[in-house]
Design a protein around this ligand. Structure first.
Ligand code: HEM
Ligand code: HEM
Length: 209
């Protein structure tokens, strides 16, 4: 197996061990926690669900701002969405060529933008259904009643309250797509770990320098 450095990277990115700055680490694990909370712990459409959603929106906004003003590795310019570079990366993997990337590799970069876009749709549809935090909450409270009423009827059909709004359907489809992306993301991280060692995950662990 040959080891070549990715000469397409600018000289500002020397081949050194990757380590994400604290904002990238904090926002990554906060996004994970918010998704787990809304997927497993909160009741769909409840005020806890919506507040976790607002927190998720704030964390994502911070990460996107960091993409403009953060350190070099965290900036969007360090991991542009480029299908052409992603294909070249796949070819490198196929030919057993190792390449170094100070930021996300080109394939990982596409995944990161896909996850963020999906979260954007989930947040936008969620807020469209629930309203902004400082708006009157009658809509959301009404939905809590609706969610409570949407228990399955004995014949297996959904009750009146279970009728889905188009926004709810988009929200739910984006959530299902997000789950698929997360599975692929974790598979990608596991694959990179096998190729490049434990550094890939350690670089995202808080406190690890
Ligand atoms: C990634 C995190 C999230 C997950 C996993 C998630 C998951 C879900 C699921 C599975 C539903 C049921 C969909 C349906 O059957 O209609 C739902 C409903 C809902 N979600 Fe989320 N959600 C998330 C984020 C958000 C955010 C960010 C907001 C708003 C700030 C939000 C607000 C709502 C509301 C208001 C409903 C009720 C929809 C209805 O009554 O039809 N969610 N969510
Ligand atoms: C809800 C589940 C998850 C979501 C939505 C998610 C999402 C993301 C996103 C958006 C990034 C880009 C980070 C940034 O630039 O700010 C990322 C990177 C990363 N994630 Fe996750 N992640 C999840 C779970 C995990 C888990 C369970 C692990 C550990 C096994 C993990 C390990 C990593 C690593 C190592 C990176 C950096 C990849 C690289 O070096 O290019 N993620 N993840």
């Amino acid at each position: 197996m040959t080891t070549t450095l990715d000469t397409r990277l600018p000289p500002a990115y020397p081949p050194r061990r990757r380590n994400w700055d604290p904002v990238v680490k904090l926002t990554h694990w906060s996004v994970v926690a918010a998704i787990l909370a809304n997927a497993l712990a909160t009741e769909e459409g409840s005020s806890a669900h919506v507040w976790v959603g607002y927190a998720l929106a704030a964390v994502l906004a911070l990460r996107l701002l960091w993409g403009l003003i953060g350190p070099a590795e965290a900036r969007f310019t360090a991991f542009p969405p480029s299908p052409r570079r992603a294909l070249a990366h796949i070819r490198d993997i196929g030919s057993g060529k190792a390449s170094h990337h100070a930021s996300h590799n080109p394939l990982g970069a596409l995944m990161v933008y896909a996850i963020w876009s999906c979260l954007g749709v989930i947040i936008a549809t969620g807020i469209a259904m629930a309203g902004l935090p400082n708006q009157p909450r009658e809509g959301a409270e009404l939905r809590e009643t609706v969610a409570a009423a949407s228990v399955e009827r004995e014949d297996g059909e959904e009750g009146e309250g279970g009728k889905e709004s188009p926004l709810g359907e988009v929200h739910e489809s984006a959530v299902n797509l997000l789950y698929l992306l997360i599975v692929l993301h974790i598979a990608g991280v596991a694959f990179e770990t096998r190729r490049n060692g434990r550094d890939v995950v350690l670089a995202m662990v808080p406190g690890n320098r």
